[in-house]
Design a protein around this ligand. Structure first.
Ligand code: ACM
Ligand code: ZN
Length: 537
């Protein structure tokens, strides 16, 4: 028996035996993210023209999805049948609700010379098993025209339950089908949270029936802005204005598309700051009465809701009520970052509110606002998520903190859940190289692939008893300087592959050289799917 590659996996030497396989099929498995346990077995499985996908009831949807993906990759239509078939080369998918050992999202995958078996406790686990199978499938059929996978045994479950990506569609707008393309790529990397930043100063992107001006006015600005080439985008309306928005039907379709891939969509409706586009449409909910514009560069602006005015709170609650109907996610993100409090300082209503509530600092007025919004959110059986700054004037009772500039340790030790998205490690709008001449213009910063891969979501100074409050981590893609979708993909890949491994795989299994080896296969898969990415060096 020849051993041609050994990798470290959970402290075990992992070896592939090559004797039984023709040379073309000797590639070691190249899964991203790396599974918890993976071991090569003897032999290989060659799929035939009558390979079937066999499913039980709980795995039926995963079976259909696997068949669609199989067709995209190989051109072959595999029938999906209810029942079980031992051997005969079948792909057997089983969801067994009593199989607690697989957890909420785990699976066992066995590829043997006589067939494939994927077992899980949940449909999500079976789905992730199917994603692994599709990564094991080679890019091309062998010289005999057949598709062959080396035999392998995998047992797998994720390290974290929040494995996310945020996309800012306000600074630049991306279509429903572009968003769906991203969801497909996320699913193949076993990511499960899409944080949709739908609202910011430069554009309001979600239809709200009660307030039609939010999209008829707030979704549009005069030009692409940010000193970018007008030809760098096609997101223009018939009147030449830059922008766009999602109808409520579009939103429902994206949410369903994501759910079919076991991705939760968390909407972000920014408040009380970063709200110029909303206040351009409804200036009566500001302190000054406006006017406001969405024709803004990047930065922090005074488009901020008046917290002294109950009508502003009623407005945001009415907006959120429609948002709750569209998104089944138990979480809603309300922003809360970078609030310019200058208007509050000069507003009689805001000052009266502070006096009446015994507040001395404007950061406490922000907390007053967030707490009121949280009551509304919780009354609708949802959890409020906000950026780091929501802690500053006192954290709302049940809030989840999204740490971009600190606060994780303080929030977690106080019993709050936290999602890690630190500026230094998770901001995918930052440059991928120090040599800016080889990169598209970016907002600044420097976040190489190696730094994402080295990122550890659990803060080193967080005592063990609070670590379960770190739900996971996500990448953030702000799009001030990213006017089209190919550029979005370029900024996301391959860095998202590293984030997937950080959030899914065991910490002890992280291995930079081996990740780079596996990434070559992953990038070839992205190429085959038409997904743009930064070239591997
Ligand atoms: C942020 O980057 N302002 C959350
Ligand atoms: Zn005010």
């Amino acid at each position: 028996m020849k051993i041609f590659r050994a990798c470290f996996c959970l402290g075990l030497a992992f070896c592939l035996a090559s004797d039984a396989l023709p040379a073309a099929e000797m590639a070691a498995p190249a899964l991203v993210p790396l599974p918890q346990k993976i071991a090569a077995e003897t032999g290989s499985l060659t799929f035939s023209t009558d390979t079937k996908i066999m499913v039980n009831k709980g795995a039926a949807e995963t079976g259909r999805r696997l068949a669609a993906e199989w067709k995209r990759r190989t051109g072959a239509e595999l029938p999906v049948k209810r029942g079980s078939a031992r051997g005969g080369g079948a792909i057997q998918l089983t969801v067994d609700e009593s199989a607690g050992e697989y957890g909420d999202e785990g699976y066992a995958l066995k590829v043997a010379p006589d067939g494939v078996s994927i077992r899980a406790r949940t449909a999500a686990g079976a789905f992730y098993g199917a994603q692994s199978l599709m990564q094991l499938l080679p890019l091309h059929a062998g010289s005999d025209g057949k598709w062959t996978i080396p035999a392998v045994s995998i047992e797998d479950q994720p390290r974290f339950k929040w494995r996310g990506l945020m996309l800012d569609v306000s600074r630049h707008f991306f279509t429903k089908s572009e968003v769906e393309t991203l969801l497909d790529a996320m699913a193949s990397l076993k990511l499960n949270v899409f944080h949709w930043h739908l609202v910011d100063d430069q554009g309001w992107r979600i239809e709200i029936k009660k307030y039609p001006l939010l999209t008829s006015m707030g979704a549009w600005r005069k030009a692409v802005g940010f000193k970018l080439d007008p030809a760098a985008t096609t997101a223009y309306g018939p009147d030449g204005r830059y922008g766009g928005f999602y109808t409520q039907n579009d939103i429902r379709e994206v949410v369903a598309y994501a759910a079919a891939r076991h991705i939760m969509v968390v909407p972000e409706i920014e408040m009380p700051g970063h709200s110029s586009a909303a206040l351009m449409a409804y200036p009566q909910f500001s302190c000054t009465g406006g006017p406001f514009t969405a024709d803004l560069p990047g930065g922090v602006f005074n488009g901020v809701y008046c917290v002294g005015n109950d009508a502003s709170l009623e407005f945001v609650e009415n907006v959120l009520a429609e948002v709750f109907d569209l998104f089944p996610s138990p979480y809603v993100h309300i922003g809360g970052d970078e609030v310019d409090t200058a208007n509050w300082k000069h507003c009689a209503k805001c000052q009266a509110r502070m006096k009446q509530e015994g507040l001395t600092k404007e950061s406490e007025l922000e907390s007053y606002f967030i707490r009121r919004v949280e009551k509304f959110v919780n009354a609708h059986h949802k959890n409020l998520v906000g950026w780091s700054e929501i802690r500053e004037g006192g954290l709302a009772a049940n809030a989840t903190v999204m740490d971009w500039v600190g606060g994780a340790v303080e929030a977690a030790t106080a019993g709050h859940d936290v999602v890690m998205a630190p500026l230094a490690d998770c901001y995918f709008d930052h440059y991928q190289s120090r040599d800016h001449t080889t990169e598209p213009h970016a907002i600044g910063g420097y976040l190489p692939l190696s730094q994402v891969y080295a990122f550890e979501p659990i803060p080193t100074n967080l005592p063990p008893q609070f670590q379960a409050h770190i739900l996971g981590a996500q990448a953030n893609l702000w799009t001030e300087y990213i006017p089209n979708f190919k550029h979005v993909e370029y900024m996301i890949f391959p860095r998202l592959c590293a984030l997937a491994e950080v959030t899914w795989s065991p910490k002890a299994a992280r291995n930079w050289p081996d990740f780079n080896r596996r990434l070559e296969t992953e990038c070839a898969l992205l190429d085959a799917a038409g997904v743009n990415h930064r070239a591997l060096k």
